[in-house]
Write a protein that binds this ligand. Structure first.
Ligand code: ADP
Length: 249
């Protein structure tokens, strides 16, 4: 079943929906111009992520992990190559289409949490729903369910300043889940956490395919985090190394 909910996006996309990869990258290159220098952040990356997979992109700082996640989520665009989501090419997507797709179908989690300090945990989680015009009882139920799912219901009235780093990230994950995305992209989600809180956050992310039916892609430099994944793709200098089961790490 297609996970796009927007008719406009389905109309715009030109694939036939028959390829079953939730994410399929074909020969992706990404170059940045820095003055007269060209930095190649991604070099001929081909990747397919299947439905319900928990996949890790692993490699040292600067190897291209964030760039790759940004290209998958349409936050940045490749210099060459194609990105297909659920078998449909995104080549023709405008920035507005990507914004709609992220609002409806993709959840984003960042190392720096990005919670709004003046809002409570529940208000932070509700924000994506409000931005898409949803409010009232159903929105309240979705927020409560997501806070429950991340173990933060009892802290729903707390503001970020009253929460630990791990609790920040739990709220940020609840916010990413509140519109029930089929794809969740997490960029170094444990980078600002101690090892215990980091392990708890990875265990939470690991449970999302089963509990929410989401496909999860995590960018990490942490071997411990990557070991929880169904499949690990190593990145080195912008090149993808062949995927391996986490048991081989
Ligand atoms: P990682 O997430 O693995 O730390 P990044 O994807 O952030 O790596 O960066 C990959 C490479 O691309 C690095 O060499 C980085 O300096 C470069 N890079 C990333 N973003 C930009 C940008 N906006 N302008 C120029 N170079 C960039």
């Amino acid at each position: 079943m297609l996970w796009y909910t927007s008719d406009a996006l389905v109309r715009l996309s030109c694939g036939d929906g028959t390829s079953r990869g939730v994410v399929k990258l074909n020969h992706i290159y990404k170059q940045y111009a820095q003055g007269r220098t060209i930095v190649t952040a991604l070099h001929d990356v081909c990747l397919e992520v299947g439905p319900g997979e928990f996949c890790a992109l692993m490699g040292p700082s600067g190897c291209g992990k964030s760039t790759l996640l940004n290209v998958i989520g349409g936050l940045d665009h490749q210099t060459a190559g194609t990105v297909a989501l659920d078998g449909r090419s995104t080549d023709d997507f405008s920035d507005a289409d990507w914004t709609t797709l992220r609002r409806e179908c993709i959840g984003l989690v960042f190392q720096a949490f990005h919670l709004l300090p003046g809002l409570s945990a529940a208000e932070n989680v509700a924000l994506p729903l409000l931005l898409s015009g949803h409010s009232g009882g159903r929105a309240g139920r979705l927020v409560a369910e997501c806070l429950d799912a991340v173990g933060m219901r009892e802290r729903e009235r707390h503001r970020p300043g009253e929460l630990s780093g791990g609790e920040h990230q739990r709220v940020a994950i609840a916010r990413a889940l509140v519109h029930r995305p089929k794809l969740l992209l997490a960029d170094e989600p444990t980078g600002n956490l101690d090892s215990r809180q980091g392990a708890e956050v990875i265990a939470l992310l690991r449970s999302l395919p089963r509990r929410f039916g989401a496909t999860v892609i995590v960018a990490t430099h942490s071997r411990e985090a990557a070991q929880q994944a169904d499949i690990v793709h190593g990145l080195r200098d912008g090149c993808l190394e062949s995927g391996a089961g986490s048991a081989t790490l």
